[in-house]
Design a protein around this ligand. Structure first.
Ligand code: GLN
Ligand code: ZN
Length: 756
């Protein structure tokens, strides 16, 4: 059986691409040197796949920043404001990705959004009425040729036209429909080019097909591909879907002239039954996504074998595939030096998944799979007990009752009590929590981790940073302060390391956006809090100021969503376990004099199921209660804040209000401000701080700009409910831009107060 993957992580096993790119941004290396690193990485990744025996090796899965952005550039969708900078091709690309502020001008970056239900973010292409979509770039072709020189006839992968048009933002009057013909023509030219070059398979990724689709959308999909497939010539076209099943358009997909169809049999709850109920066109190749591209547990071979055996009667050729791109898992277990074998043997990262695919292919080809060593070893692994349960934790979860999820008194009464308690000016200013993670901050943590400095030295350094941070905030004039989160590598990993039941890794990075990577911890067993996790830092920070110091925690849903979850208990059970642990921390903070506590639920929105019919049953029914469980035990005067990244929660606005926090801050500046209308229409009860400037870019916003944003907000949000803050935490920013940005923010808030 042949094997393939959809994409391989591109930042490199030691994040080489991240570091090279950042050096390039700082002008420390040339574009050529950056390109060299990229080439080496691509070569290494192809080679790994070749050695593992992967039959169809993807090309163009590489990206300097993001594949959606690559696709926009490939088809000439570069907005005028970036072209007008007259930068090199690469720098124009990075200007779209990161914004640009320099001698050539001042432009903001493209908007960024979560890629379906993952923690990866894509750049949202912009299409204006006068945008012309046609093939202008060469990236896929040159990468293919690069692979060719290495003796690899690659499978070029590209975001398909349906997903591209559907996820793009239309800045004028025109819509996706209006660009359908042009886009189809551009993809035809793309296929012609592959005919010239002689590629065997060409893959189009259409993850949008796993969402709820209207008849009009299915029709658009059909029309696009009728045109495109007419131009396929002698290349074979693979339609690849992932992150779910294609129940709304299965028959349409089967009828079109694709040569291969890629289905996800893991997240696609109905993929198997769709094939069983409707059959599968025998002349097409089924690319069966059976190895999990999103989680790090080993594949269970007996299960996978059974699944493939169930598919066989319906299909001609089957190619074994991952369920989605391996972009969403870490690169390799090889660098995990500290992970004991008893744990390690249960995991497979990207590299190990390549081996799984080839082992599976051999197992499925064998006359008697049970005879193969790989199969036996795998069966033995899954027969073992993992030794991961904690009876006390399970009992606590089982004993929860309805009242554990309700905070009293009700919101309105608390709001009054808190206004009297804190006496904040209207439009209170604050930040989201983290301050710049400078090189010395990271070096301090690293030195401590490696045992190069003592705990006392480590703590002393962080205390100094906290003191500086408090001083800076007081100088700037912020109303509600934070300690700066210098002790945290990452808002989830930090808690993972403090909680029992978690495992953490050394180098298991996963790309989050651009050069930013996260290292999700692994939920290994039942979760509990071994000891206070943040109390000392917060208490120290509060001791330095009379202003309220926000305690800073990560919420259970986010901790879970940004971890690699267990597959042997439900997400709900796991979320409640984490919630109980965070609840203990909340109560400890309160007991120690912290009067405002922020519980970040940055990732609550992102795991909302892609299909609306699953929202309540699969997710919200436990995610919202998990958050409530965290804070239902605090006093009325303790103010609970929460923060969410991204503002796309219009459709769950009621549930967000129902989390019953006192204040919520969220991203708003990079997306349009339509969320404000939604808040107004729904009489949003929670006090809100929609971010007034974008922290994902080093650009310093002007006072006027921020003032304009606040004024817009004041039109929709009652002034006594509005907070003023940046979009998100400042950890990815430099100190140089942070101070002026915050100063401008405080000045803008003051100006708005005075104008009233
Ligand atoms: N408190 C966190 C910080 O400021 C929140 C980060 C996030 O929302 N991603 O970094
Ligand atoms: Zn955020």
């Amino acid at each position: 059986m042949k094997t393939t993957i959809i994409g391989f992580p591109r930042v490199g096993s030691l994040r080489e691409l991240k570091f090279a790119s950042e050096k390039y941004f700082r002008n420390e290396i040339t574009a050529q040197e950056l390109e060299q690193t990229a080439q080496q990485l691509r070569a290494a990744h192809w080679n790994l796949q070749k050695e593992a025996g992967i039959g169809l090796i993807p090309v163009n899965d590489f990206s300097f920043y993001d594949n959606m952005l690559d696709t926009a550039v490939l088809f000439g969708a570069v907005p005028k404001r970036y072209r007008d900078l007259h930068l090199s091709e690469l720098d124009t690309y990075f200007a779209m990705a990161r914004g640009y502020q320099g001698t050539q001008g001042d432009v903001k970056a493209f908007a960024m959004k979560k890629w379906f239900n993952t923690n990866y973010h894509y750049m949202v292409p912009e299409i204006a009425d006068d945008t012309q979509i046609f093939l202008t770039g060469t990236k896929p072709f040159s990468e293919w040729q690069e692979a060719k020189q290495q003796g690899i006839s690659g499978k070029p992968v590209l975001i398909g036209p349906f997903t591209f048009l559907r996820l793009a933002k239309y800045t004028g009057e025109k819509t996706a429909e209006d660009f359908a013909d042009e886009a189809a023509a551009a993809y035809c030219t793309y296929l012609e080019k592959w005919n010239e070059l002689g590629a065997e398979w060409v893959e189009f990724d259409e993850p949008c097909l796993v969402m709820d689709l209207t008849a009009a959308e299915i029709d658009l999909f059909r029309r696009l591909y009728q045109k495109i497939l007419a131009a396929k010539g002698s290349v074979r076209v693979l339609l690849q879907t992932y992150f779910g099943d294609v129940r709304d358009c299965y028959s349409t997909v089967c009828k079109l002239a694709f040569d291969g169809i890629g289905l996800d049999f893991l997240e696609g709850k109905q993929s198997l039954s769709l094939v069983q109920a409707n059959g599968f066109p025998k002349e097409k190749v089924l690319f069966a996504g059976v190895v999990n591209g999103k989680n790090i547990w080993r594949n269970r071979y007996d299960k996978t074998r059974k699944l493939v055996e169930q598919l066989k009667p319906f299909c001609g050729e089957i190619v074994l595939n991952t369920s989605c791109s391996l972009l969403h898992v870490p690169y390799t277990l090889r660098h995990e030096k500290k992970l004991a074998e008893e744990y390690r043997k249960h995991f497979a990262f990207a590299e190990e998944k390549l081996t799984e695919l080839s082992e599976l292919s051999r197992i499925l080809d064998a006359a008697d799979p049970a005879e193969t060593a790989a199969y036996q070893k795998n069966a033995a692994l899954f027969a073992e007990s993992r030794n991961c349960s904690n009876a006390a934790v399970q009992e606590k979860v089982a004993a929860l009752t309805a009242s554990d999820f309700v905070r009293l008194p009700a919101f309105a009464e608390r709001e009054k009590i808190q206004h009297a308690e804190f006496q904040l000016p209207f439009l209170p200013t604050t930040t989201i929590g983290s301050f710049p993670q400078t090189a010395e901050v990271r070096a301090n943590r690293a030195a401590f981790r490696k045992g190069e400095i003592t705990e006392a030295e480590y703590v002393q350094f962080n205390r100094r940073k906290i003191a500086e941070c408090v001083k800076v905030q007081e100088e700037i004039g912020l109303d509600v302060l934070v300690h700066g989160e210098f002790e945290r590598n990452d808002m989830v990993e930090y808690f993972g390391e403090c909680l029992d039941g978690y495992l953490f890794t050394e180098k298991a990075w996963v790309q989050s956006y651009g050069t930013r990577c996260v290292k999700p911890p692994v939920v290994w067993g039942d979760i509990s809090r071994a000891k206070p996790m943040t109390v000392d830092w917060s208490v120290y920070a509060q001791s330095l100021t009379k202003k309220p110091m926000k305690g800073m925690l990560t919420g259970p849903v986010t901790i879970l969503n940004w971890s690699f979850p267990r597959e042997d208990i439900s997400l709900q059970a796991c979320a409640y376990q984490i919630a109980l642990a965070i609840r203990e921390e909340v109560l400890d903070l309160e007991k120690n004099g912290i009067r405002m506590i922020q519980v970040d639920e940055a990732a609550l929105r992102e795991k909302l199921p892609l299909r609306k019919s699953d929202w309540q049953s699969d997710y919200l029914s436990w995610a919202i209660p998990a958050f409530r469980l965290v804070h239902s035990g605090v006093k009325p005067e303790t103010q609970i804040h929460t923060h969410m990244c991204y503002s796309e929660f219009a459709d769950i606005i009621r549930e967000i209000d129902d989390m019953d926090a006192d204040v919520i801050t969220f991203e708003a500046s990079r997306s349009d401000l339509t969320i404000l209308d939604v808040l107004q229409e729904n009489n949003f009860r929670t006090e809100v701080g929609p971010g007034v400037y974008d922290i994902h870019s080093p650009r310093v916003p002007s006072v006027e700009e921020i003032q304009t944003a606040i004024k817009k907000m004041l039109k929709r949000i009652p002034k006594e409910k509005l907070w003023v803050n940046p979009d998100c935490g400042l950890k990815t920013r430099g100190e140089a831009e942070t101070r002026p940005s915050l100063k401008h923010m405080v000045q803008a808030a003051a100006a708005c107060r005075n104008a009233k």
